[in-house]
Design a protein around this ligand. Structure first.
Ligand code: ATP
Ligand code: MG
Length: 145
């Protein structure tokens, strides 16, 4: 499997409940390196732009309100199969269907308040990483990625 990068967001619900450290520990224990990180309170415009792919969906307005309701912790994770590995650690979108032991199963509440975001493909990972980070904010930038 190839070395990949993925964008992670610890969402406002998980940051508010103090789960940041637990979630970051899970990434590191799974062999994912944190190669960039920032804590931000997203503006409405930043959240709308990030989730623009969902702008026609009925939950878009609520999703933007949730994502701007408090600070988030955004990181770039690097490792073998990082995209799938992060999504496996998170569990399914709906927290009520996420098994115990997954991030969403342990820290999420429902389909919206689901504790974490992870990129879903190499192309989206690239776009999402550059949405939040300059090359100079990423440790040991790799030319190939
Ligand atoms: P994410 O993109 O945040 O990693 P995902 O890829 O598992 O999550 P998407 O379908 O991309 O799921 O949805 C983006 C986010 O929108 C979800 O994580 C969740 O917070 C919210 N969401 C998705 N479906 C619904 C829904 N039916 N009702 C309310 N919120 C939803
Ligand atoms: Mg998604």
């Amino acid at each position: 499997m190839a070395t990949e990068r993925t964008l992670s967001i610890i969402k406002p619900d998980a940051v508010e409940k103090g789960a940041t450290g637990d979630i970051l520990r899970r990434f590191e224990e799974a062999g994912l390196q944190i190669i960039a990180m920032k804590k931000l309170h997203l503006s409405e415009d930043l959240a709308k732009g990030f989730y623009a792919v969902h702008k026609e969906r009925p939950f878009y307005g609520e999703l933007v309100a949730f994502m701007t309701s408090g600070p988030v912790v955004i990181s770039v994770l690097e490792g073998e199969g990082a995209i799938a590995k992060n999504r496996e650690l998170m569990g399914p979108t709906n927290s009520t269907e996420a098994p115990a032991g997954t991030i969403r199963g342990d820290h999420g509440t429902d389909i919206e308040r689901n504790a974490a975001h992870g990129s879903d493909a190499p192309e989206t990972a690239k776009v999402e990483i550059s949405y939040f980070f300059n090359a100079s904010e990423i440790v040991a930038p790799c030319e190939a990625l």
